[in-house]
Design a protein around this ligand. Structure first.
Ligand code: TRP
Length: 338
């Protein structure tokens, strides 16, 4: 088939996707889906590492994330969207990789550390501590070259590269060493202006928000706290609304900053302009979402055919892995004869 290089990336199904996901990774996937053979994983097994007590929630979110992908513009004709738990080759690879990683390396992973702190884990399950190993299997099951992700994922990509180098050195060259691709806007600030946009911090604009909700949220967004009256000079550099203008309204961003500094544009007007911009940006997504919501069986078909394609690709990889590791008993005709 295609000689294109491959992309693998994806998300945990733990809720609706928001603008931070879009600028952090979705945008790159959509841009690159023509140039690369793109695989997008809905990582339900990884979601289990922190949600094992309520697996039924994950199922609902798998559908939600798939819908967000399609609405955002991931084209199922070009991109393979699939569910992690339905591709057994990923689980198989995870077991082999577990021999190539030390517990010590995993314990030093900064993303694992900050997530463990966030969830208040006194002790970690083996599955949680080891999810970067499973993520290495996600990335390599299709022998991916490029991984578009947000900055917080870099330790996991580095871990994957270590595993791949070790595998290739020990058993022979099976995998390309994958590279991360970070977007220009690696961190989109949340509506509170304090932390990065995140569902759990309640400071997000979702891709599925309607016009009115977007307006309400932007009206409540934090601006320059020193600016009391409309004609006070403002400081755009500390303003959340201006941070969004930079990303979603690049044509007018410079003019708005100047007017803000002079006190010739008030926050209400500035927020109104941004609301329109973001609504224009989300409008085509709303149309695609409505289309898929009307025909939910299409989503199911897209996921099933994605899984089928992913399994085939996984089987190709596993054949190479078994051969390289000399555990291909099926191919070893003489093995059971004696
Ligand atoms: N860890 C990623 C996140 O939390 C999700 C993910 C799972 C992923 N497997 C992946 C991302 C493989 C890139 C490649 O968002």
């Amino acid at each position: 088939m295609s000689k294109k290089k491959k992309i693998l990336t994806g998300d945990r199904p733990t809720g609706r996707l928001h603008l931070g996901h879009y600028v952090g990774s979705l945008e790159n996937r959509i841009k690159l889906q023509d140039e690369y053979d793109t695989f997008v994983i809905i990582a339900d097994v990884q979601a289990l590492t922190t949600n094992f007590e309520e697996p039924e929630k994950i199922k609902r979110d798998v559908r939600q994330v798939a819908l967000d992908y399609l609405a955002a513009g991931i084209d199922p004709e070009k991109t393979t969207i699939f569910i992690q738990s339905m591709v057994p080759q990923i689980a198989e690879l995870t077991v082999f990789y577990s021999m190539l990683v030390t517990v010590n390396q995993l314990e030093k992973n900064p993303t694992i550390k900050s997530e463990a702190a966030q969830y208040n884990y006194q002790e970690m399950t083996y599955g949680f501590l080891g999810y970067p190993v499973s993520q290495a299997a996600d990335i390599t099951f299709c022998r991916a070259h490029l991984v578009p992700v947000g900055e917080d994922q870099l330790p996991h990509i580095e871990q994957t590269r270590r595993i791949v180098r070790k595998f290739n050195n020990m058993y022979g060259e099976v995998f390309p060493v994958p590279e991360a691709k970070i977007s220009n806007v690696s961190r989109l600030v949340g509506l509170d202006g304090e932390a990065k946009m995140s569902k759990s911090l309640n400071n997000a604009i979702f891709l599925s928000d309607d016009e009115e909700t977007v307006g309400q949220k932007i009206n409540q967004a934090v601006t320059d706290p020193q600016r009391i009256r409309k004609d006070d000079p403002g400081n755009p550099d500390v303003c959340t609304v201006y941070a969004y203008h930079k990303v979603f309204n690049p044509e007018e961003e410079a003019g708005i900053a100047e007017q803000c500094r002079k006190g010739t544009i008030g926050c209400v007007d500035c927020k109104g302009i941004l609301t329109d911009k973001i609504n224009d940006f989300l409008e085509p997504m709303r149309e695609r979402r409505a289309y898929y919501l009307e025909k939910p069986e299409i989503i199911k078909e897209i996921l099933y055919s994605g899984v089928e394609r992913a399994r085939k690709e996984g089987e190709k990889t596993m054949a190479k892995v078994r051969e390289a590791m000399e555990i291909d008993y099926d191919a070893d005709k003489g093995f059971l004869a004696r």
